[in-house]
Write a protein that binds this ligand. Sequence first.
Ligand code: FMN
Length: 191
Amino acid sequence: MLIDIIKKRHSIRKYTDKQISRSDLETILEAGNYAPNAGGGQRSIIVAVHNAELTQKLGIMNMSAFDRSQLIGSYVSKEQPSVIDDPKIKNGFYGAPTVVCIFGQNNFLFRDADAFCIAENIVLQAAELDISSCIVSRGAETFASDVGKQLLKEWDIPENYGCICFVVLGYIDGEIPQTKPRRKDRIRIVE
Ligand SMILES: Cc1cc2nc3c(=O)[nH]c(=O)nc-3n(C[C@H](O)[C@H](O)[C@H](O)COP(=O)(O)O)c2cc1C
């Protein structure tokens, strides 16, 4: 059942070096490509970096402009600490060997919503394939440098597009974390 896949997915921030296969990546990207999208416009662009070295480089660029002064003190995960929890983490992609970069058209109202619908399809398809994942933000900051802008040129990203978010992919190193209990009273049914 889909609900079982939804419940078994976790944001994973500790990865082994093992790369995911090209065919699994293609299936995951196909899931992203079939996400709902505003107006049926299919505007988002998806670039998968299936290269551990370049993913690592991008992960460090992702953290280079991280401003810790704005953090509000609550923790994200004790078992899978995030960059918010652990200031020693310098790679915002946590050592995952693959990253999917999702780009949106800058002046489009539903640019971010479209990108995160894609990200959600991707993490669920990955979970079905027993591939771990984590959605990561700070898209604009990651590509703000000259190196970042050069990559966008190489990838043929139009000038009026920006990176909205990432999904990192790989295999978990260590134990699968517990699911956080759900907050009460978030769901109401009106008959
Ligand atoms: C919009 C959005 C942005 C996120 N950005 C990050 C991020 O930059 N870094 C990170 O480690 N996790 C990020 N996450 C993952 C969340 O921290 C994670 O979903 C949340 O802690 C719940 O844990 P779970 O995904 O394991 O259920 C993001 C999730 C969403 C939906």
